[in-house]
Every structure is written in structure tokens, then in C-alpha cells.
Design a protein around this ligand. Structure first.
Ligand code: NDP
Length: 461
């Protein structure tokens, strides 16, 4: 059973629950091993129940059955030669999930944990995230089970070229526009862009986003997800009649999203007391130095534990999952999926957390989210909170089409507006569908209804 049985459920609600359970069971039967995808499906369906109670149209058009099935799944071999001259093989994916609103759009992840389930969960949530941005972009995601850690620059280049040699035939500025994600930054996007250009024999700047500034990249893209996360939290705090001043914040991870979120939060007056990498976390009750974190993680590609070499007053703990035991006002998980479970969520609540916002994709388990919501902690879901990155990618596409470059200030201002709008739309949808303050319900419903309505307008495709 997907949804917990409730007492005194209306006939209409029970019918909606039964209908969605049937679809969920069918999805599960077809792909029982896709645990992350099933988890994302379950989370989505749970929050859409009020829509299906109020509105028959989506059921009449079999929207759920259609939306849950990617339009296209591409899986391919990625052979590459390592520095010892040995041929290695990885598996690459691109899931083109939904093109109702525009070309498929979503990042590429290189990480050993990548499989079809992970890419499908990311692709599904990407549809609604992209819809929330208000930009003309559909949803997709890609990646490979390649581990960039410890690889030489030449190995990374050869891998990216081989990956693109297969992928290039499926993408294009009006078809599918990939970007970076975990393990794929500006360097990798550059290698993939170079290979695409070579194979295509044409300079199509809009085929990838997250590019370098010299060849069509947008100012502000590097900062957009982290800054956007904090712009969203700013709106959440306003509803609590608060701002960042004198609030303690913890962020997991110390990658792109975490670093720029911490940067903006500090600029707005917050004190960042803890952050982590996949080995452990650092803590200083008087506030961490972002400059040192950047030097270690960005400039030198080191480990977060090196921080205490520069700041002996700080402490290092050898278990990254323990970061959630640090008391804080704001928690922003910015590392990876399922990093906050129910136990960590309970600890955060006991320690007085006021706001939790997902900078990473699906960092909180469903039990963790329920814990926050049941305890009236204002909770911002990933598809809304971290949408600043893809919103900026859409702005990069717009700049590429117009063949011009905006200033950093223009882009940043636009991202801020988009994040405020997303917050407003999520809040409005949560109110309209009877779950005021529940931004998970609000984000899923606001994202879903726009895509669903458009699919109906475009016919049974
Ligand atoms: P990066 O690869 O730049 O950084 C990931 C960070 O998380 C690294 O510091 C890594 O540590 C750390 N990490 C990984 N696993 C754990 C763990 N279990 N506990 C603690 N830290 C961990 O990725 P991004 O910052 O770009 O992405 C982070 C998340 O945000 C992902 O879920 C991604 O999908 C999502 N996201 C990113 C966007 C973007 O624009 N970059 C846009 C929207 C979403 P280590 O150095 O040890 O590997």
C-alpha cells in the first residue's frame, strides 16, 4: 500500500488513493529493482492525491500513466583508454523524460552509483523542477557509472569524448540540452562540447549549458544553484518573520551547491557552523571560514579534514552522516540523495531546527520529510529549492539563441525573481489544495499541473 491508511477518508479521496496505488504497483511490477525511481514516484504520487480528488481531467487523459514513463531511454557503452593503455568500459545513459514544455533539459552525472534507477529518479523530478522555473524546458537526465576520482586529466578527456561520441546523435539545441551534475563541471562540459562540435561539424552553442564563458557560458551559472537555494530560504524565513542574521546554518557537502549556498548565506548575515565531504564534517561554533573551505576543496581538490590544519580551533569528525547532530537554525543538505534519514531528522527537530531546504536532489528520505512536516518545520523540497541551477541554464540557452551575454547582475537578478516566483507558486498551490505550508505538496502540484495541462493540449502523444 502506497499511502498510509487514514480513518474517515472521503469516498473521493479513497478512489484517488486506490487509483494511484494501482499505477504505482504497475510501475513497481515493471521495474521492481529501480528503488530510487520507485521512491521518487511514491513521493510524487503521495503529494498529487488532492489534485486527483478535485480534478477528473488528468485521470480521463491517463496523464499519470504517461508521465511516469520516459519518452525515451538511451543506454550505451562508453569504451575509453586509461593511461596504462588498457581499454575500460562504462555504461552511459540519457533519459529523455518529458518534452511537453520544451527540449529535454537536465544534467549529466558521472559517479559509480549511477544506474538507470538513479537517472530515472533524477529525470522524473527534473520535469517538475523545470516546470516550476517558468522557463520553456522539458525534463531529462543522463550520466555514467564512471568514477572521475583519481583519474588524470587525459583520462577524463578521453572518457568525455567517448561519452559524447555516442550521445551526440540524440541531443541538440532544440532537442535535448544536457548540463553538468555531480562529477561533471566546466572541464567535462568543455570536453563534451568540443567533441560534439567536431562530430556535428557545426558550432551550436546551445547544445550544452554550464559552458565556459569564452564559448557561450553564462555568468552566474556556477553560483546559481547555491545562491538560488538561499534566495528560496530567504522567502521561507520571511514567512517566519525572520532573516538570516544571527542564525546558525549547516550545509552538507562542500561542492558547487554547498559552497555557493554558504557564500550567499554568510553574505546575508548567517553563521555557517558545519559542512562536510563524503569522509567527514568540520564544526566551529564561531563560524567556518569559507575562504579556507574554497581553497581546500575548489583550488586544491583536497579533503575537508585539512581545514583543521589551518584552523585548529575547529573540530573534525570522521563520519559525514553525523553532521545532522550539530544544533542549527537552518539545515541545507547539499551533497547527495538520502543523506537525512528519519533518525537524523528527529535529531535536527530536537535540536531546534527552524528551516530545512534541500539543495541536493532527494537528500531527505520520505520518513525524514514526514518528520519535518509533522513537527511543523518549514521544509523546502529539492525540485523547488535547487531550481536556480536549471533556471540559469535556461537563461544560458536564451543568451545563446540571441548570441549575446548578460552581465552577472542581470542573471543574478533574474534568478532571484525566478526563485521568489517558485516560492509564491508552491505556497499558492499548497493553500489551494488544502495543505497550507506544505511546500512538498505545493511544489509537486504546481510543477505537475502545468506539465499535465500542456500534455492534454498537445494530444495523446
Ligand atoms: P559536487 O560534486 O560539486 O559536490 C558534491 C559534494 O558532496 C562533495 O563535496 C562531496 O564530497 C559531497 N558528498 C558526496 N556524498 C556525500 C555524503 N554522503 N555526505 C557528505 N558529503 C557528501 O556536486 P554538486 O554540488 O554540483 O551537487 C550536489 C547535489 O546538488 C546533487 O544532488 C546534485 O544533483 C544537486 N544539484 C546540483 C546542481 C548544480 O548546479 N550543481 C543543480 C541542481 C541540483 P567529496 O569531495 O568527498 O566527493
Amino acid at each position: 500500500m502506497m499511502v498510509k491508511t487514514e480513518k474517515n477518508v472521503s469516498k473521493e479521496k479513497q478512489a484517488a488513493i486506490d487509483y494511484m496505488n494501482d499505477i504505482y504497483e504497475a510501475v513497481k511490477e515493471r521495474d521492481p529493482h529501480e528503488t530510487e525511481f520507485l521512491q521518487a514516484t511514491k513521493m510524487l504520487f503521495d503529494s498529487l492525491i488532492p489534485v486527483f480528488v478535485k480534478n477528473r481531467t488528468y485521470k480521463d487523459h491517463n496523464i499519470l500513466e504517461r508521465i511516469i514513463e520516459p519518452e525515451r531511454v538511451i543506454s550505451f557503452r562508453v569504451p575509453w583508454i586509461d593511461d596504462e593503455g588498457v581499454v575500460q568500459v562504462n555504461r552511459g545513459y540519457r533519459v529523455q523524460f518529458n518534452s511537453a514544455l520544451g527540449p529535454y533539459k537536465g544534467g549529466i552525472r558521472f559517479h559509480p552509483s549511477v544506474d538507470l534507477s538513479v537517472i530515472k529518479f533524477l529525470g522524473l523530478t527534473q520535469i517538475f523542477k523545470n516546470s516550476l522555473t517558468g522557463q520553456p524546458i522539458g525534463g531529462g537526465k543522463g550520466g555514467a557509472d564512471f568514477d572521475p576520482k583519481g583519474k588524470s586529466d587525459n583520462e577524463i578527456m578521453r572518457f568525455c569524448q567517448s561519452f559524447m561520441t555516442e550521445l551526440y546523435r540524440y541531443i541538440g539545441p532544440d532537442t535535448d540540452v544536457p548540463a553538468g551534475d555531480i562529477g561533471v563541471g566546466k572541464r567535462e562540459v568543455g570536453y563534451m562540447f568540443g567533441q560534439y562540435k567536431r562530430l556535428q561539424g557545426a558550432y551550436q552553442a546551445g547544445v550544452l549549458t554550464g559552458k565556459g564563458l569564452n564559448y557561450g557560458g553564462s555568468l552566474g551559472r556556477t553560483e546559481a544553484t547555491g545562491y538560488g537555494t538561499i534566495y528560496f530560504v530567504e522567502e521561507m524565513l520571511k514567512d517566519l518573520r525572520m532573516d538570516f542574521h544571527n542564525l546558525n546554518l549547516i550545509a552538507s557537502g562542500s561542492g558547487n551547491v554547498a559552497i555557493h549556498a554558504m557564500d550567499k548565506a554568510i553574505k546575508l548575515g548567517a553563521k555557517v557552523v558545519a559542512c562536510s565531504d563524503s569522509n567527514g564534517f568540520i564544526y566551529d561554533k564561531n563560524g567556518l571560514s569559507l575562504q579556507t573551505i574554497q581553497r581546500i576543496k575548489v583550488d586544491e581538490g583536497g579533503r575537508i579534514k585539512e581545514y583543521i590544519d589551518f584552523h585548529p580551533e575547529a573540530e573534525y569528525f570522521d563520519d559525514c552522516s553525523e553532521i545532522w547532530s550539530v544544533p542549527c537554525d537552518i539545515a541545507i543538505p547539499c551533497a547527495t540523495q538520502n543523506e537525512i534519514d528519519e533518525a537524523s531528522a528527529k535529531t535536527l527537530v530536537q535540536n531546534g531546527v527552524k528551516v530545512v531546504a534541500e539543495g541536493a536532489n532527494m537528500p531527505c528520505t520520505m520518513d525524514a520529510i514526514n518528520t519535518f512536516i509533522e513537527n511543523d518545520i518549514l521544509f523546502g523540497p529539492a525540485q523547488a529549492v535547487n531550481a536556480g541551477g536549471v533556471a540559469c541554464s535556461a537563461l544560458e540557452m536564451a543568451q545563446n539563441s540571441a548570441r549575446l551575454n548578460w552581465t552577472f547582475e542581470q542573471v543574478d537578478e533574474e534568478i532571484k525573481k525566478i526563485m521568489k516566483n517558485i516560492y509564491r507558486n508552491c505556497k499558492r498551490a499548497s493553500n489551494k489544495y488544502g495543505s497550507p505550508g506544505n511546500l512538498v505538496v505545493g511544489a509537486n502540484i504546481a510543477g505537475f499541473t502545468k506539465v499535465a495541462d500542456t500534455m492534454i493540449e498537445q494530444g495523446a502523444i
